[in-house]
Design a protein around this ligand. Sequence first.
Ligand SMILES: Cc1cc2nc3c(=O)[nH]c(=O)nc-3n(C[C@H](O)[C@H](O)[C@H](O)COP(=O)(O)OP(=O)(O)OC[C@H]3O[C@@H](n4cnc5c(N)ncnc54)[C@H](O)[C@@H]3O)c2cc1C
Length: 320
Amino acid sequence: MPTAEDAHARLAEIPNVTVCAGALLSRYTRFGIGGPADLYAETSDAEAFIAALAAARASGLETVVIGGGTNLIVSDAGFRGIVLRYRADRLQAAGACVMADAGAVLQDLVDFAIARGLKGLETLSGIPGSVGAAVYGNAGAYGHSISERVVRVRFYDGAEIRLFTNGECAFHYRESVFKQHKEWIIFSTELALEPADAAALRQTADDILKVRNEKFPVTMKCAGSIFKNQLYKDLPPDVAAAVPANVVREGKVPSAYFLEQVGAKGIERGGIRVATYHANLIYNAGGGTAADLCAVIADLKQRVLDRFGIALEEEVQYVG
Ligand SMILES: Cc1cc2nc3c(=O)[nH]c(=O)nc-3n(C[C@H](O)[C@H](O)[C@H](O)COP(=O)(O)OP(=O)(O)OC[C@H]3O[C@@H](n4cnc5c(N)ncnc54)[C@H](O)[C@@H]3O)c2cc1C
């Protein structure tokens, strides 16, 4: 039976792939939580990535792809298998069309578009992480999601590189076809933007960044909102009827609204805290573990289910 050592040797033979054994995943997650991966491999080269994936799969070990680790909960035991990261980060513009590699930092893409006077991504300012993960999870804020601008997505399905149109990506709120096919790896995306005044776009982005940096200080070990918000139309009728109109935004009710009513704010367990000012924000205050984090999440889900009959769904993704 192939071992991690065999897989290590095969990955190390692939040009442009960096591989290491026993990498502590806490170093790769914004929560600062997570035990070791058997192997961690990364590359900025699509061909090398495909070769690495083939070697990883041939090894029989489990594989998982990560981006910037800003939306991950990695178990304290780490990941028994191979963690892969695609790091290509080119950004290119042709008129109002922008091509972004999946490994690019989303904020770099936002800034790139703004600097060229291209409108459409400025409200995504301050969302941490990579372009690939933003497409995977249809990241968004301030009433807009990246899917509004995606024209095509280039990805590898394990056998070949394919191109999906926006429609084929099946985007909806924090969802895409890629979440249903976790074995598919996004390589790049094309976005359609619109010419606009760069200074005005910069101002919009800076205003958003200022608000966001207060809510999510850059050093905070967290994943942003833990739970997806609730679509108003999907709420149980009695619950929907009791929600004040001013709480509903763009057809959604913040999960924080329900969490606050079940006493989430300020909950503590080990090094894990729920923010005192935001009931849907859980962070690692230092020394937090995945076990405590998962226990707090389970507790909050149970409270909301018991009180409102709503099954909260995590926005964060689990590894290990
Ligand atoms: C302070 C803070 C605020 C946040 N605010 C927001 C917000 O306002 N709106 C919002 O939408 N999100 C928000 N998030 C969540 C997070 O920023 C996004 O989910 C982001 O897109 C994750 O990017 P990442 O590169 O860190 O992905 P990771 O956390 O590393 O991975 C997330 C998922 O993406 C998958 N993935 C990564 N790269 C690829 C790829 N190339 N191909 C296929 N799958 C891939 C992984 O397998 C994993 O399942 C916030 C997070 C933090 C820490």
